[in-house]
Ligand binder design. Structure first.
Ligand SMILES: [Zn+2]
Ligand SMILES: [Zn+2]
Length: 72
């Protein structure tokens, strides 16, 4: 017998049934919350990178090699 487990986003409590979700440390999050909570920021433009990307920057952004950063 299986208990009817709830399957909601840990953060916003939206139902994840039939939706895309992401597990982190045994906790599930909807993609939106995951992005808000855990997404990395792009090294090129500093905006959040989608949670599906394992890269450190957007493909369209210039390479941030650390030496071009202008100190204002
Ligand atoms: Zn959520
Ligand atoms: Zn970018």
């Amino acid at each position: 017998m299986s208990t009817s487990e709830r399957f909601d986003c840990h953060y916003c409590k939206d139902s994840l049934l039939g939706k895309k979700y992401i597990m982190k440390e045994d906790t599930q999050y909807c993609t939106k919350c995951y992005e808000n909570l855990f997404a990395n920021c792009c090294e090129g433009c500093s905006s959040p990178i989608g949670c599906n990307c394992k890269v450190r920057k957007h493909q369209c952004c210039p390479k941030g090699n650390g030496s071009d950063i202008t100190n204002v």
